[in-house]
Design a protein around this ligand. Structure first.
Ligand SMILES: Cc1ncc(COP(=O)(O)O)c(C=O)c1O
Length: 316
C-alpha cells in the first residue's frame, strides 16, 4: 500500500485553493464540543469536488485535454462533470441506473455524459478495470492517491477551524474520503480519533473486517453515496485509517436527515447525515467534527423522510 504523503496534501491544498473556498463549520445545537463541517456547501453539493480538482489539476495540460472519465454512485460524477466544465474538457460518467435522479441530472447540467448501467455491470466494469479501453483520463473515485489528497484538504481546514479537535466522524463508502482525512490528521495530530460510519443497510466494511476479506451485500439504505464495492487495497487502507467503526440503524439515519433539515436547517443527503446518526453511540465530551459530506437528495425522498416524522406515534 503506497502511503499518502502529508506534504502532497499540503501541495494539493495550494493547487485547488483558486477553485474552492473553505467550507464553514457550524455548531451542533447547544453542545459547544460538536461542530458540523459543511461539505454539502461545496459548489457540487459534496466534498468530492476537492478530489476531482486535485486529480485533474495534477494532469499535464496535453493529457487533460483528452477529457475525464469516472465511475460514480452520483456525487463523484457531479464533481467530475463540474471540474471538466471549469477546465474546459469533456467528461463521461459511468453510473448505476438507480442513482438518484437529481444526481444524474446534475451530471448532465454540467455537460457530463451520464452512462447508466445496472449496478452489477458497473461493479464488474470496476473489477475488470474497464477504463483501460477508454481514451479519456480515468479518475478513480477512491483508489487514486491524488483524489485522496484532495479529500484530505478538508482535514487541513478542520484543524484550523476547530482548535483542540479530538474526534472526526465521517461516512465511509469506497474509503477515499476517510483515507485522505486520516493521512492529513495522522501526520500532525495522530491522537485525533477517526470514526467511520456506515448504515446497517450497507455495512460493507465492518462485515469485510469481521470476515477477513471480500463480502458482497445488497444495499438497502438511503446513504447511496456509501454503496461502493469491496476492494482489497482499500481494506488495508481502511484498517489503518479508521480507529473505530460504527453502524447506524437505517431508521435512525432517516431520523437524522429529518433532524438536520428541521432542527439545524441543514439539508443533507443520507450519507451526509450518517455522522449525526452515529453521535448517540459516542461518549459525550471530546471535541468532535461531524462531516456533513453531501446534500444532494431527491425532493421526493426528502419529503417522504420529513413525512415519516409526522406519523402519529403508535398507541399501546
Ligand atoms: C455524500 C457522500 N458522503 C460520503 C461518501 C463516501 O466517500 P468515500 O467513497 O470516499 O468513502 C460519498 C461517496 O460518494 C458521498 O457521496
Amino acid at each position: 500500500m503506497e502511503a499518502l504523503d502529508p506534504e502532497r496534501i499540503s501541495a494539493t491544498a495550494q493547487r485547488i485553493r483558486p477553485w474552492l473556498a473553505p467550507t464553514p463549520v457550524w455548531p451542533y445545537f447547544d453542545d459547544p464540543s460538536v461542530q458540523f463541517k459543511l461539505e454539502l456547501l461545496q459548489p457540487t453539493g459534496s466534498f468530492k469536488v476537492r478530489g476531482y480538482f486535485a486529480a485533474a489539476l495534477a494532469l499535464p495540460k496535453s493529457v487533460l485535454a483528452r477529457g475525464l472519465l469516472t465511475v460514480s454512485a452520483g456525487n463523484a460524477g457531479i464533481a467530475c462533470a463540474y471540474v471538466a466544465h471549469q477546465l474546459g474538457v469533456r467528461c463521461r460518467v459511468i453510473m448505476v441506473e438507480d442513482a438518484p435522479r437529481l444526481k444524474v441530472e446534475r451530471v448532465r447540467e454540467w455537460g457530463g455524459e451520464a452512462v447508466l448501467w445496472p449496478r452489477r455491470r458497473v461493479f464488474e466494469w470496476m473489477a475488470e478495470e474497464g477504463w483501460r479501453q477508454s481514451p479519456e483520463n480515468f479518475l478513480h473515485p477512491h483508489l487514486d492517491l491524488e483524489m485522496m489528497a484532495g479529500h484530505g484538504t478538508c482535514a487541513l481546514e478542520l484543524m484550523e477551524q476547530m482548535e483542540g479537535l479530538e474526534r472526526v466522524v465521517v461516512a465511509v463508502g469506497g474509503g477515499g474520503l476517510v483515507s485522505g482525512l486520516a493521512a492529513a490528521l495522522g501526520a500532525r495530530r495522530p491522537e485525533i480519533e477517526i470514526v467511520g460510519v456506515q448504515s446497517d443497510g450497507y455495512a460493507l466494511w465492518p462485515a469485510a473486517i469481521a470476515a477477513g476479506g471480500r463480502v458482497d451485500l445488497a444495499p438497502h439504505t438511503i446513504a447511496d453515496g456509501t454503496v461502493a464495492p469491496y476492494h482489497p487495497a482499500m481494506m488495508d487502507r481502511l484498517e489503518s485509517a479508521v480507529d473505530r467503526w460504527l453502524v447506524v440503524p437505517e431508521a435512525r439515519l432517516h431520523a437524522a436527515v429529518r433532524e438536520l433539515a428541521l432542527a439545524a436547517r441543514i439539508v443533507a443527503e443520507g450519507s451526509g447525515a450518517l455522522p449525526l446518526a452515529a453521535l448517540e453511540q459516542l461518549e459525550p465530551g471530546p471535541k468532535t467534527a461531524l462531516i456533513v459530506s453531501g446534500g444532494n437528495i431527491d425532493a421526493g425522498l426528502l419529503s417522504s423522510l420529513l413525512e415519516e416524522g409526522n406519523q402519529a406515534p403508535a398507541i399501546d
